[in-house]
Design a protein around this ligand. Sequence first.
Ligand SMILES: Cc1cc2nc3c(=O)[nH]c(=O)nc-3n(C[C@H](O)[C@H](O)[C@H](O)COP(=O)(O)OP(=O)(O)OC[C@H]3O[C@@H](n4cnc5c(N)ncnc54)[C@H](O)[C@@H]3O)c2cc1C
Length: 441
Amino acid sequence: MSAPRLAVTTSDVLPPEADCVVIGGGIVGTCAAWWLARAGQKVVLVEKGAIGGEQSSRNWGWCRQQNRDARELPLSTRSLELWERMGAEIGDSLGFRRSGLLYLSDDEAEIEGWAKWGRFARGEGVDTRMLTAEQATTRGAATGRPWKGGVWSPSDGIADPSRAAPLIAQAVERIGGHVLQSCAARGIEQAAGRVCGVVTEQGTIRTRSVVVAGGAWAGSFLHQLGLFFPQASARSSILSVAPGAQGLPDALHTAPVSVTRRADGGYTLAISGRANLDPTPGALLGARHFLPMFARRWRVLRPGGTQAWAAGVETRRRWALDRPTPMERARILDPRPDAGLIARTLARGRALLPALRDLPVQAAWGGYIDSTPDGVPVIDADIGVPGLVLAAGLSGHGFGIGPGVGHLVADMVLGRGPITETRQYRLARFGHSQWGKVSDF
Ligand SMILES: Cc1cc2nc3c(=O)[nH]c(=O)nc-3n(C[C@H](O)[C@H](O)[C@H](O)COP(=O)(O)OP(=O)(O)OC[C@H]3O[C@@H](n4cnc5c(N)ncnc54)[C@H](O)[C@@H]3O)c2cc1C
């Protein structure tokens, strides 16, 4: 069974025009549509498959400041507030709560890394607390063993990946927006040097603003416009066990395995950072940008297979706007998890937490994480086509900052002051933004 996800019914009528069209119904696209609709914009969100069907329902649900890159920290702090605000306004359970996150370790270098980050983050106002061996052992009592140290971040939390994006999409419709599923955007029309429409498989929507929040598909989509967005996707493997365990922390990270309580009382198990690299045309063409990251992570990345290539992820083919595109053949990216990794994750989870020993596996699934070369997203309204905003490359930690990224996108579309600094999210940091040199695959 794949990742559990709430299926929602949305509109089936394509509006002929909009103030803004959002492409992609993950956490970024739904949050952007929410903030735009809330600001009175006539917004249409188009999703090629199902709302939340790709990364946004396949993740652990962590919403954290802890161990964030400094460039993302203000956005993650704002996002935690926005999760609370959206939860209150939407009036349905997005599953967000400040449960606190617990990190435990026996590795002194790892503990010192957390301490160093803590010294920086406390200066930024983050509540992050180093744990002595005794405190770590007490907080980690469910493991039944002693620990050398840890961190407790009480103001961080978790939300429900199986429900958040679908519930936000429904809320967008309640406040006047339109959300269409099974409706791929095939391309952009331009006139007088700016965006003037979005061509979808169901027809064209006239608009002067478009947000590309297409996750792993964003690079291929921009390639059609001659724009270069360096993006590579890694395949994670993850599983959940049935409810029944008592006394576990809601969210626990250890190097062997990480465990998160799910809304149904079950637990998600995964090995942090472990992934398979399935080659794609986009990743191969942009390889030089990713070499430093791959070199840093070679211990946890394993060569993958042909799944991504076959599905058309990060294709660099040009497609016609009047025929089905690769995105319509892969409505929902549902990669097979690595069976060996799933078995190891389960064994490690059961060894770490005796309360999990007798619980059956509920589901196991794979998920492509779309990453930029520096692991920080691109959120940018100045990418070479006036009227086009890019918000993608969330690099494995975008669920927790989804509300803030969506708000920043709305700020850009509306031309109002942004909720946080945006310079660090520019596409231009990767060098030239116009590709135009590589022949099509
Ligand atoms: C196993 C795993 C664990 C993770 N754990 C965490 C975590 O604990 N905390 C955290 O913060 N993050 C986590 N992440 C990362 C997080 O899930 C992502 O960063 C985030 O969900 C990205 O959201 P998105 O909206 O950009 O992309 P997606 O959720 O992938 O959504 C993009 C959507 O766009 C649609 N689309 C693409 N192109 C088009 C088109 N042309 N027309 C119409 N629709 C289109 C796709 O179908 C897709 O639904 C994890 C990811 C994985 C896979």
